[in-house]
Design a protein around this ligand. Structure first.
Ligand code: NAD
Ligand code: UDP
Length: 312
């Protein structure tokens, strides 16, 4: 099958390209390298079934493909708040451009949505039926509201044009190839632990997240794409919820680090608790994450250690 992965040079996208190539598919990776890295896909360049296009999806493009994974969008709060207008554009203009392509080529599209559509959730764990609690004018709104429009666009195109779509509501994902400077908690803590720097917990550390290892996420995304028709979004994430302080202690221990844990101010609108209800994915996709947080962190720490050595 000919498959387009937008954001294919990013963290999840590059793992997805590799997985699809290993399945024997023909893959076009499209990226503007805003937050992605050529290094993430170097090792795939010799594969004759792999092609790379440098393009910004906020400008139109037409490619003849059978499936489109639309992952293009900055994902970490630091990255998506750097240029909020661009962040809104990627999930609105960008998604409209990719939908135009899907409509013309008859491709099925999987939109990478996010747990952030639930905002600072008042329902816990979050089910797909929950409408969320998003601040429409807060610092996170360029991303949250953008992704909510992207979901809405899928439904509008389905209604008017019969679009065949899937929506993955992706919860916090981690693993090798996370960017060093993206400010996300897992990469921050691992780097701080390995460098012997202070581990910076925001707030009192009681905020929670539920972390999914990237190979589990990629499997879930591919299963969702190839599933029978879905009428709504599907949560993909690991239901194992932990506090940020617990995460800091775990990483410190697994990295064998002497770093001190320090507490800093919590960013505005930082969601207090986040945990996916994955009953739908379990039932309809027969999918659930397999990698424990300990095993996933060990692999991720090993990768960061190696990268740090090669950059020194
Ligand atoms: P990432 O930043 O590593 O990857 C995003 C990729 O999109 C990068 O390669 C970037 O260069 C590219 N990109 C950004 N704007 C673009 C544009 N205008 N045109 C073309 N390419 C563009 O992020 P990630 O963690 O791999 O996230 C991938 C997708 O999954 C995103 O859509 C994100 O919103 C979603 N998601 C990720 C997480 C997570 O925990 N990683 C959680 C929820 C949702
Ligand atoms: N966080 C932290 N220290 C850091 C980076 C993040 O305590 O150095 C916290 C952050 O405030 C949030 C959680 O970790 O409560 C997850 O943050 P991240 O940016 O990784 O993802 P998101 O907030 O988008 O879930």
């Amino acid at each position: 099958m000919k498959i387009l992965v937008t954001g294919g040079a990013g963290f999840i996208g590059s793992h997805l390209c590799e997985y699809l190539l290993n399945q024997g598919e023909e893959v076009i990776c499209l990226d503007n390298y805003f937050t992605g890295r050529k290094e993430n896909i170097y090792h795939l360049l010799d594969n004759k079934r792999f092609e790379v296009i440098r393009h910004d999806i906020t400008f139109p493009i037409f490619l003849e493909v059978e499936q489109i994974y639309n992952l293009a969008s900055p994902a970490s709060p630091i990255h998506y708040q750097k240029n909020p207008i661009k962040t809104i554009k990627v999930s609105t203009l960008g998604v409209i451009n990719i939908l135009g392509m899907a409509r013309r080529s008859g491709a099925r599209i999987l939109q990478a949505s996010t747990s952030e559509v639930y905002g600072d959730p008042k329902e816990h764990p979050q089910k797909e039926s929950y409408w969320g609690n998003v601040n429409p004018i807060g610092p996170r709104s360029c991303y949250d509201e953008g992704k909510r429009v992207a979901e809405s666009l899928m439904f509008a195109y389905q209604k008017q044009n019969g679009l065949d779509f899937r929506i993955a509501r992706i919860f916090n994902t981690y693993g090798p190839k996370m960017t060093f400077d993206d400010g996300r908690v897992v990469s921050n803590f691992i780097l701080q632990a390995l460098k012997g720097e202070k581990i910076t917990v925001y707030g009192d550390g009681s905020h929670t997240r539920s972390f999914c290892y990237v190979s589990d996420m990629v499997e879930g995304i591919v299963k969702l794409m190839n599933s029978k028709k879905f009428t709504g979004p599907v949560n993909l994430g690991n239901p194992n919820e932990i506090s940020i302080l617990e995460l800091a202690e775990k990483i410190k221990k697994l990295a064998n680090s002497k770093s001190r844990i320090v507490f800093k101010a919590i960013p505005k609108d930082d969601p207090e608790r986040r945990n996916p209800n994955i009953a739908l994915a379990r039932k309809k996709l027969n999918w659930a994450p397999k990698i424990s947080i300990e095993d996933g962190l060990k692999k991720t720490i090993a990768w960061f250690r190696k990268e740090l050595k090669s950059t020194c």
